[in-house]
Design a protein around this ligand. Structure first.
Ligand SMILES: [Zn+2]
Length: 219
């Protein structure tokens, strides 16, 4: 059994290490978790004693296989709850992340299993991120950043890389959501922004910053 704080560390290490493949520095962690490096080191020693991480002082920290398993479980719960909140309780996609941050720590395995069944085993969450399976597998879908599309190319929004409310509210405002059909009408060479037509209807100009955070698959 792991505490909420321990789970948040494991999740942060998983995310910073791009899925557990590279070592993460104590400083990086202390920045993301807004905690003093000394407390980060204390926690890492604790997690290391539980065999969840490999930790060497000046080398950074890596998740063990068990650590990765725990991380994927937390992410699975987080994404299932986000899906539930949007589909069943009619939250909008910019409101669910904070709530899911709390729900992801509920321990009952049976609850997670029933939730998954109730939702019909969804493959992606409301932001288009893949939901790990019960066995901890992540199914990746081939997708590309909207920024990489050329003029005339089109795609369907499959994922957004930022779940901050301010970004999602911005997308609500311009009318983009998961499943929106987008076509590039023009590229503005000055700053690499693109003029995008949404659902064969209105068009908007998106900055390269926004274009990097939206992913599409071909229709
Ligand atoms: Zn979230």
């Amino acid at each position: 059994m792991h505490s909420t704080a321990e789970e948040n560390y494991i999740k942060a290490i998983y995310k910073l290490s791009a899925g557990g493949s590279s070592a993460v520095s104590t400083n990086g962690l202390s920045e993301v978790l807004e905690t003093k490096p000394a407390s980060v080191s204390d926690m890492l020693r604790k997690l290391s004693a539980k065999d969840l991480v490999h930790y060497e002082k000046y080398r950074g920290v890596l998740l063990t296989e068990e650590g990765k398993r725990v991380a994927l479980k937390i992410i699975r719960k987080h994404r299932l709850w986000e899906t539930f909140l949007v589909q069943k309780l009619h939250f909008s996609w910019d409101e669910v992340h904070e709530v899911a941050e709390q729900m992801e720590h509920v321990k009952s395995e049976l609850l997670t299993q029933r939730l998954d069944e109730f939702l019909g085993h969804p493959r992606v969450d409301p932001h288009g991120d893949p939901i790990p399976t019960e066995n901890g597998e992540l199914r990746q879908v081939q997708q590309r950043a909207l920024a990489s599309l050329e003029v005339q190319q089109e795609g369907v929004v499959s994922r957004v890389k930022d779940s901050q409310p301010s970004f999602l509210q911005y997308l609500n405002r311009v009318g983009i959501q998961i499943g929106s059909h987008l076509q590039v009408l023009d590229k503005i060479a000055y700053d690499n922004s693109l003029e995008i037509q949404i659902d064969k209807n209105k068009s908007v100009i998106l900055s390269s910053d926004v274009l990097e955070k939206i992913f599409v698959i071909y229709p």
